[in-house]
Ligand binder design. Sequence first.
Ligand code: EPZ
Length: 417
Amino acid sequence: MDKFVVKGGVPLHGEIATGGAKNSALPALAATLLTDEPVLLQRIPRVRDVRTMQRLLVDIGASADVDGESVRIQVREVRSPEAPYELVKTMRASSLVLGPLVARAGRARVSLPGGCAIGARPINLHLVGLEQLGAQIQQAHGYVEAVAPQGLRGTTIRFERITVTGTEDLMMAAVLARGTTILENAAREPEVTDLTALLVKMGAKIEGAGTSTVRIEGVARLHGAEHAIIPDRIEAGTFLVAGAITGGDLTVTGCLPEHNAALITKLQAAGAEITEVDGSTLRVRAARGLRSADVTTAEYPGFPTDLQAQYIALMTQAEGIAIITETIFENRFMHAQELARMGANIRLEGNQAIVAGRKELTGAGVIASDLRASASLVLAALVARGETVIDRVYHIDRGYEKIEGKLAAVGAQIRRI
Ligand code: EPZ
């Protein structure tokens, strides 16, 4: 099992490139199920979750040609509309094939995802929506079976709470339904908007992407398309925090600054200098000390829950008390106790973490528990005095491509063993 060894105390300087968004690549790959023609996707990050999704599509019946960051997928026919437990248990986003399979093949058998470190992660809202579109749903032996022998029928679906992959799953089910579907209280994340851009290129009729109300007019079939997915705002955000926490001067390239507006506002409130160099480049400098600034996570365009752990690491180095409130997931402070082992002063109270800075961190042996928690441990290690060994870094490989190489190139003393 790979580990990272990090020697802290080096301010990061230089340029660091942002890759394609994992959470855009996953629904985009699932969308290839909706046509029998080839779909060419560009800027696909070479991360573990993407490889898992590609393997799942091939098991279903796709041919996949990978050339660097370009992936060409063609699902001439659906051989097996299934997502087996052994794959789904490693990546719950496999539930994204549910909607497209029912839309394309009239049936799907997908393993229930099971929980993960950050919470129960149910998919009940996906299933309720599919039923409203006319699918019959059964759950048995840990699997969901959905059938729609007469195809799906458009309707109005109101999400009782905002769900990113729920919105994406049902959008993909609705594009081939008979009639019009309205999604109300839909997710507004940039990755939802990016999926819509791909679906429209494939011939779908969708309005309102990026707003809470999305209108989808079903069509008979979709055709192939070519699409470059958006940059990864969470990877870019993680790098901005890396520049701030090490007191360096880091230029993050290949990103979309407007997708990080909430984080940028908070980093500036904490005393970091963030400048937009151009439409795809951000520069972060934090020469002097940082001060605490409270954060409450929220659905886009609010502060992303996927940057909460990274921000907590930063607040251990800020003067004052920062209150971080997590409103999306019920158990997303696993990183707190690991950071405490490095000397951080963090008190957990329900869905709040109270971080008292500024506390010098010292290197220690720590264990990653989930994707973004492991990023938080890397950030803390970059500023800790001495050496930190981070175990179970396979978590970080799920969503960050070669993070140790990218950080080492801007001065970090980090290596994989
Ligand atoms: C997506 O997960 C992302 N994953 C997550 O990123 C991200 O943290 C999350 O959205 C929130 O922004 C992908 O896009 C692949 P939700 P998703 O459905 O869609 C509850 C990462 O680090 N809920 O928006 O699974 C759910 O339990 C990952 O890259 C239901 O109750 O999240 C949660 O509390 C981690 N029933 C809340 O809604 C449902 O049917 C938001 O979940 C669905 C969700």
